[in-house]
Design a protein around this ligand. Structure first.
Ligand code: MLT
Ligand code: MN
Length: 308
């Protein structure tokens, strides 16, 4: 058994974003468009022990919206056993600060991302007597364990995907990749150990490589980076100066886009996640939404549940 809950389907900033006055964000504020919180999912192999995959700045609200994550015994407890990070971006780590109230947790990340957390002393608020930081290695599957060593029944395999180091760690003197290294952006294969059901969670990815295509081919389910529809959409809309490529994200549309890249991979279920507020596929009445759905992709939403 594998239970997946989309806690947050939007990219960094959420939908609406606090300082965005574009029509789509206005519609999200007034209820004409479905509002979304920032990028995160929760996964359980047994319905009891849950791991968060990324911890968004909206985590408190996300937990309050998700009964599976409510305390269920004693005066202080949580079904959340830990957090597994795919990168060190603010939209994926700021929620760790929400988990500071002394409940035992295991915090898994690559060496690079653990180093970024260790270098930011505000994360010391996660008392190490309760929150154990554990490093995973690319290409090595592991079973996430609770802080006290109980088994989750999950098997997680981290692997590098094309991407970019977190914005606050960019080195402007390091050339076009800003000093990004392999461990900065990972994809995860998440499986129920006993049943073998599995899916891929890749909320950030800058390009489809042949290696990644080979890995994903024939998968049951992929949750994939849906940040932008078009590489230049933020510039065209007058709401930003960066392309998707500059931010480390491949777009949905176009010859280099994810729709084209996934077309012949034979994946049973393809779901976009980490969707930016500028992306027209967030809006049900837009032609881009119909176009993306016609290609077999789903647009995830907060509270979406998937069982494998
Ligand atoms: C991204 O996905 O590109 C980042 O979350 C951007 C950010 O840190 O705001
Ligand atoms: Mn992000």
């Amino acid at each position: 058994m594998l239970e997946i809950v989309v806690l947050g389907s939007a990219a960094g900033g959420g939908f609406p974003q606090w300082n965005c006055n574009a029509a789509a964000c206005q519609n999200a504020r007034s209820g004409k468009a479905l509002a979304r919180t920032q990028s995160s999912i929760a996964v359980s192999g047994d319905g009891d022990i849950w791991f968060l995959f990324n911890a968004s700045p909206d985590l408190r609200q996300q937990i309050n919206n998700t009964p599976q994550l409510y305390p269920n015994h004693g005066l202080r407890s949580s079904p959340i056993a830990g957090v597994i990070l795919t990168n060190g971006d603010v939209d994926h780590v700021a929620g760790l600060l929400t988990l500071r109230e002394s409940t035992p947790l295991a915090l898994y990340a690559s060496g690079r991302v653990q180093a970024a957390l260790a270098a930011n002393s505000i994360f010391n608020v996660l008392n190490r007597d309760f929150v154990e930081r554990r490093e995973f290695a690319l290409g090595e599957s592991f079973e996430p364990l609770t802080r006290t060593g109980s088994r989750s029944g999950l098997t997680v395999e981290p692997f590098a995907v094309p991407g970019k180091v977190a914005l606050y760690l960019e080195d402007p003197n390091a050339g076009t990749n800003f000093g990004s290294q392999e461990e900065d952006t990972v994809g995860l294969r998440i499986a129920a150990t006993e049943s073998g059901s599995y899916f891929y969670y890749i909320p950030g990815c800058a390009a489809m490589t042949s290696e990644l295509a080979d890995r994903l081919r024939g998968a049951q389910l992929v949750l994939f980076d849906g940040t932008l529809w078009h590489d230049k959409e933020m510039i065209d809309a007058g709401i930003g100066v960066k392309t998707g490529q500059r931010m480390g994200h491949m777009s949905m549309s176009g010859a280099d886009g994810s729709i084209a890249a996934f077309k012949d991979l034979g994946i049973e279920r393809k779901v976009y996640i980490h969707i930016n507020n500028s992306n027209p596929t967030l809006l049900e009445d837009r032609p881009e939404r119909r176009e993306v759905e016609a290609t077999g992709w789903e647009i995830s939403f907060d509270g979406m549940e998937i069982s494998l």
